[in-house]
Write a protein that binds this ligand. Structure first.
Ligand code: SF4
Length: 438
């Protein structure tokens, strides 16, 4: 997620494009930088300054959409600056989302033998915590790039391939990627999906491409404009189920974040697809695939956890694992942080009781390590910690940190620390834990 993940050539191209668009409206480009998932532009005309941003379009609030991009601004929009933003949008209309500085070194999940490739950023949902963006370090949106990345990672010892997105089932070359990965010696392939396309309505239909358009809401600094396209238009083969079977993953990880259409709609922000999401997940569970359910805990679904676990337990065939993750402070979750990221202390008891309930109902549950609540917040969580072994040693990644209190902590060898951004948001809570770690 760091700015360094955007390839220097891609940034240089954007600089040139933005400079020309700005000059066409009498503005000058003062600086261009990358912050999180956005490219920030500082522009000036005489005494008038504008702070504009560009990012891969995911249907979020913005001033204008153009091709693969969204254009927005921070602060007030001075008179005459709409023309500038429209010129930027127009220049980006046919500009592809830039390739990040993608290499096996950065695409390997930190400190593990696991390669995660994002095969698309397109998605039929728009989760409040989405962290798929064009600067992702592991984006390979065509088969040759994905195969190259896999082969580079393999020579660095990768053994497990996770195919991620966006929604991977929107991509037709997954079977070829899986075949190549197996030929290279990957011993385990996991496919992530939100399962919407595996629902009854999605089963027979070819997903249409995600559409985009340029539009604006006057008078709103960051107006929400929904880019909508129903994924079930058209009817040619292969169906998403054909695609899944031809890919033949060893494991399907279904992202499922609520037990009811209402809760799902608040998380995925695609109310019309919420029942398809539930239907797709149930069909997947009823299939022969080994299914892991991943539930990302956020404010919107925290209270739904027990109902969700009970719903899983009612399925004729249960998941092999329920993985609970805590919403990571990045991507859209960071943009929506006050609505989306609860305090650890608020979430931990609900997470612990959901894991206990899951176990009592016969579904093994784990608290994911990287997106976890530090267990010093509630040490009983440790019995559900993701198992660590020599293949999955715990590292503290660059976006997390240990604290002074971690030094004597008996759990330190198993802990990946606390997100730096979480400390920025709720650091007072961590200070309150200023006692010897249990
Ligand atoms: S190592 Fe630090 S953050 Fe992790 S559980 Fe121990 S005290 Fe908490």
């Amino acid at each position: 997620m760091s700015p360094a993940n955007l390839a220097p050539e891609a940034l240089a191209e954007l600089r040139s494009l933005a400079r020309n668009a700005a000059r066409s409206t009498g503005f000058e480009l003062d600086s261009i930088d990358v912050e999180g998932d956005r490219v920030l532009l500082s522009l000036r005309k005489g005494t008038v300054s504008v702070a504009a941003w560009l990012r891969a379009s995911t249907g979020e609030a913005c001033f204008a959409r153009a091709g693969a991009w969204s254009v927005g601004y921070r602060g007030d929009l001075p008179p005459g600056a709409d023309e500038l933003l429209r010129a930027l949008a127009s220049a980006l209309e046919h500009h592809p989302a830039p390739r990040p500085d993608c290499s096996a070194d950065v695409a390997l999940v930190y400190g593990t033998d696991q390669l995660e490739i994002r095969v698309t950023l397109a998605c039929n949902e728009h989760c409040v915590f989405c962290n798929s963006w064009f600067g992702a370090s592991n984006l390979a949106t065509d088969l040759p790039s994905a195969v190259l990345l896999a082969s580079q990672a393999r020579t660095r010892g990768a053994r497990k391939l996770v195919i991620s997105g966006g929604e991977p089932l929107l991509v037709r070359w997954l079977p070829e990627l899986a075949r190549e990965a197996r030929r290279m010696g990957f011993s385990h392939i996991c496919l992530q999906t939100n399962a919407v396309l595996l629902s009854r309505r999605g089963r027979q239909a070819q997903p249409a491409p995600i559409t985009s358009q340029t539009h604006r809401t006057p008078g709103a600094s960051e107006a929400t404009q929904s880019v909508s396209s129903h994924p079930f238009q058209g009817s040619s083969s292969p169906t998403p189920w054909d695609l899944l079977r031809a890919t033949a993953p060893d494991e399907v990880l279904v992202s499922a974040h609520g037990s009811t259409a209402k809760v799902l709609a608040s998380v995925t922000r695609r109310p019309k697809l919420a029942t398809d999401h539930l239907d797709g997940m149930k069909r997947l569970l009823a299939s022969d695939f080994q299914v892991v359910v991943n539930f990302v805990v956020c404010r919107q679904n925290l209270a739904d956890l027990p109902r969700f676990v009970r719903m899983l337990a009612r399925q004729p065939r249960r998941p092999s694992l329920l993985a609970l993750s805590f919403v990571a402070p990045m991507g859209l979750a960071w943009d929506n942080r006050h609505d989306t990221i609860p305090r650890y202390a608020e979430a931990a008891p609900a997470v612990l009781s959901a894991l206990r309930l899951s176990r009592s109902l016969g579904i093994p549950g784990v608290l994911s390590e990287y997106c976890a609540i530090p267990t010093c917040v509630l040490p009983d969580l440790r019995e559900f910690a993701d198992p660590a072994d020599e293949l999955r040693p715990i590292h503290v990644p660059p976006d997390k940190t240990l604290l002074p209190r971690c030094e004597p902590c008996p759990w330190k060898p198993r802990c990946s620390g606390v997100f730096r951004r979480y400390l920025e948001m709720y650091g007072d809570e961590i200070q309150l834990l200023d006692t010897p770690c249990p």
